[in-house]
Design a protein around this ligand. Structure first.
Ligand code: AMP
Ligand code: MG
Length: 331
């Protein structure tokens, strides 16, 4: 039994704690940027404790750099690099297998429009170079894999490349996967309100304070202009566009999303935005729908559960999935 004065003190302290907890705490917002996976990544965190936000955001950037090291074909220690340089089994971790399984599922759902083995083709087009060129048909034929399959998963920690024609490139999904990992870090650090934008791959934690996050969708033909905005809470939205990593030659636009059937940039869309529960899924589906084109792409997005999308066709006409119609504000 506590004696009476002590019980009184404990009671007072408890009361103060309750009163303090019921006070509205002023929220601050911290925004930081970093260059990761060749993209300017912006992380915003909202909460009462600035130091906690700063620390969590630094940890989230570190988590993204870990994924960059894992999935970049140009980093000599990455499993992707190792896989691309041998036909022998290569050891990989659970994160690699998780991303690969998701990519495989989306590849199957899109009849190979999403293809994780186009590294040879991507190197040939070399869209990142200062003077990209259009390769010849013969060159393209040489590097185009015959099958949509890329790797054999041997067991829970080893994979093997299927053939020399396959060069793994996970650029259509890895950024989204990295944003998902960073969101997990922010959530475990106690954040309830955050956004990450990695060049159009957007992942959200909660709302923007009490309200939803208002997300702008880039206009594919007017640089710096928005096509629409959409209000979201705790979801992911990813846009794939033909305006990124692109060049014009004789009035034709050449860009970085390739049709695995032809080896040329996919021709039927200007941009595709996909809303999903995870950024990795939205990322891969946006790339896949872009390749499929407005009709088949929209049908596919309607069919995948928990997913919505918006497609700007090559002629500028816009289609959305049925669930998105009421959520969009046109600009
Ligand atoms: P995103 O910006 O997410 O649409 O992804 C484009 C990137 O994915 C390219 O820069 C390539 O690294 C890779 N990629 C290109 N075409 C495809 C495709 N058909 N399937 C999967 N990945 C692709
Ligand atoms: Mg993508």
């Amino acid at each position: 039994m506590l004696n009476r004065p002590l019980a009184l003190v404990v009671g007072m302290i408890l009361l103060l704690v309750v009163v303090w907890m019921r006070q509205p705490h002023p929220q601050t917002e911290v925004a930081r940027t970093a260059l990761i996976m060749g993209t300017l990544v912006e992380i915003k965190g909202v909460g009462p404790d600035k130091d906690q936000l700063e620390k969590a955001i630094s940890e989230a950037f570190s988590a993204m750099r870990v994924e960059e090291d894992r999935f970049s074909p140009g980093i000599a220690t990455s499993p992707v690099f190792l896989i691309n340089h041998t036909l022998e089994p290569v050891e990989v971790g659970p994160q690699f297998l998780e991303l690969f399984a998701l990519g495989q599922r989306i590849s199957a759902e899109t009849r190979g429009a999403f293809h994780m083995g186009l590294g040879g083709l991507i190197k040939l087009w070399d869209l990142g170079s200062v003077s990209p060129r259009v390769p010849s048909e013969a060159e393209i034929k040489q590097v185009l894999p015959a099958s949509t399959d890329t790797l054999t998963v041997i067991n829970t920690n080893r994979v093997r490349r299927l053939s020399p024609a396959v060069q793994l490139d996970l650029g259509g999904i890895a950024k989204g996967f990295a944003v998902d990992r960073a969101l997990e870090v922010l959530a475990s650090a106690g954040l309830e309100s955050a956004s990450i934008n990695a060049g159009g791959d957007i992942g959200l934690l909660g709302g923007h304070g009490e309200r939803p996050w208002r997300i702008g969708i880039q206009h594919p033909r007017e640089a710096g202009e928005l096509l629409a905005t959409i209000d979201l809470k705790g979801e992911a939205i990813v846009t794939s566009g033909d305006y990124e990593r692109a060049f014009m030659l004789n009035g034709v636009r050449y860009h970085h999303i390739f049709d695995p059937q032809t080896g040329y940039p996919a021709r039927n869309c200007q941009s595709v935005s996909v809303v999903a529960q995870s950024v990795a899924e939205a990322d891969a589906l946006a790339t896949a729908a872009f390749v499929l084109g407005p009709e088949e792409g929209l049908r596919m997005l309607e069919e995948v559960s928990g997913v919505e999308g918006l497609i700007v066709a090559a002629d500028g006409t816009i289609e959305t999935t049925s669930g998105l119609k009421d959520q969009i504000q046109w600009q």
